[in-house]
Design a protein around this ligand. Structure first.
Ligand SMILES: [Zn+2]
Ligand SMILES: [Zn+2]
Length: 206
């Protein structure tokens, strides 16, 4: 765990804490002559699955604002106000990394663990969803025919495609679900280009 203290004089975010009056007066040792107590601030990286946050702790008579910084367990970005907690393993991820799958939000790790799909398999499945034939899939994705064939077996075993005649496959409902889930994982330029190519290949009528 990382921990460091900041020099509050140089900290633009420095805050003064106003001690709240509790009104019961029983807390003499805890009260202060001055109602403004300068905080020392510490910042730590939140451990896995911790949401982070801020709390005031007291050490040697000094109030310390302990800020636990939360980072997305998937991409590592600093977490803001919006945090998604994976429904399966409790990891915390940013909204950009959360995957919507079967009506719940999960993290990319859980999707890949539970329903593994490689990028090539995703590309091939996307092509079959559009009704392309194996040869056309190869032309668009440049994936070797041999690899396409073995991917077909995998996709068929998983129930994402059903067999059809003439080297074509029909996408199943599970196949559509998995495409929707993985289109939230594979969203780079190459995939966008592939979709454009498929569309121009199929022509404006489709
Ligand atoms: Zn993220
Ligand atoms: Zn998860």
């Amino acid at each position: 765990m990382l921990s460091f203290e900041e020099d509050e004089r140089n900290d633009p975010e420095r805050r003064w804490l106003r001690k709240e009056s509790t009104g019961n007066g029983s807390d003499d040792e805890e009260s202060f002559s001055d109602d403004k107590i300068l905080l020392r601030k510490t910042r730590e990286v939140a451990p896995d699955r911790s949401l982070g946050g801020s709390e005031i702790v007291k050490e040697d008579g000094i109030n310390i604002q302990r800020t636990i910084l939360g980072f997305c367990d998937a991409c590592g970005d600093r977490l803001g106000e919006e945090i998604v907690v994976c429904r399966l393993d409790g990891k915390k991820v940013c909204p950009g990394c959360a995957i919507r799958y079967e009506h719940r939000k999960i993290c990319p790790d859980c999707l890949m663990r539970k329903k593994p799909l490689s990028k090539h398999e995703f590309e091939i499945l996307t092509c079959y969803a559009k009704g392309l034939k194996r040869r056309q899939v190869h032309e668009i994705t440049k994936i070797p025919i041999k690899e396409i064939k073995s991917a077909e077996n995998y996709l068929y075993d998983r129930g994402y495609i059903s067999k059809r005649l003439l080297e074509g496959f029909k996408i199943t409902a599970d196949g559509i679900d998995i495409i929707l889930a993985y289109s939230q994982v594979f969203k780079d330029e190459q995939i966008a280009n592939m979709k454009t190519e498929i569309d121009s290949f199929l022509g404006p009528a489709r």
